[in-house]
Ligand binder design. Sequence first.
Ligand code: ATP
Length: 344
Amino acid sequence: MATTLGPGSRPGTAATPEAGAAADQAALLRVRGLSVTYPSARGPVPAVRDVAFDVRPGEILGLVGESGSGKSSVCTAVMGLLPDGTRLDADEIGFEGRDLARLRERDLRRIRGRRIALVPQQPMTSLAPTTPVGRQLRWYLGDRLDDPQLRGTLQAIGLGAVLDRPHDLPGAFSGGQLQRLVIAIAALAHEPALLLADEPTTTLDATVQAQVLKLLLTLREDLGLAVLYVSHDLAVVAQICDRVGVMYGGRLVETAPVAEIFTNPRHPYTRALVAAMPSTTPADQPLRPIPGTAEGANLLPGCPFAPRCPEVMDVCRTAMPAPVRRAAATVGCHRSGGEAGEAA
Ligand SMILES: Nc1ncnc2c1ncn2[C@@H]1O[C@H](COP(=O)(O)OP(=O)(O)OP(=O)(O)O)[C@@H](O)[C@H]1O
């Protein structure tokens, strides 16, 4: 697609990832020491534990992991939308020169939706079900909706049906159309620097999913948007991400450029995840699911993957390995990370 979405060009991506301090300084979002603990009748639930990562301008960072690994909680923490009573600890949630972990709600509200926008799993959670779509578009885009160039853009990203039927309610459109509408509103209303997309294609079939992924790539290309893309599906992440963070039991066990996740996975959990993908399994061989379950992994004092790890050592059960930088990757593993790496 032509670059028609708006002014500004893509300010650079992590296609060639840098390691070390230079990369840290270039971060748009810089998360350090992030922990999220929910209260529950059975005691505190440590959902995210001492997580650190960067999202660089114009970069798409995937956050993958199985259900319950803490991906959504990371997004909710960054947005400052954790439920009341939840404990948030963070050395830093740095974004455009401010520490979101230390901002008052009033100041966070000015950033939410404007500089950081959220694309939810279910588009209907951010649309008003009884208000025609045309009116909702106008709420967010105002008079810009009459601009032929913007209308052309909306057409080009597959929202022609929404423009042609402005009086219809959201329920009259397909899930894929509504998800594109929500993404367009999130990206075009204020032109944020960062989009948090939490499993935005989970409920869509493969063809529509591909259209939504293409839209995100277009927005990144044309507006320079950075995206934190949450998914349990490594195959989806492979299609759009520059780098991938792998979560397990509330920990970020590995972060690496997307190609390395597939060709040179360093953490045993990442290796098991890649081996379990249908696309990496020859057609005549059965899938290789990871034995055991992740139940209770977030409560373990050592590496959360230790009980299922084929390479486990005694130390893995008692001490969480410190993340170590190895080339462009960061890995937290006593066996794979500890040899010649540099402390991350
Ligand atoms: N509001 C809450 N109160 C108590 N526990 C919660 C709450 N929200 C999430 N959790 C727990 O925190 C852990 C992490 O949940 P989270 O939703 O962040 O994981 P996830 O990786 O995004 O999972 P999914 O892919 O299923 O959304 C889980 O054990 C979950 O049950």
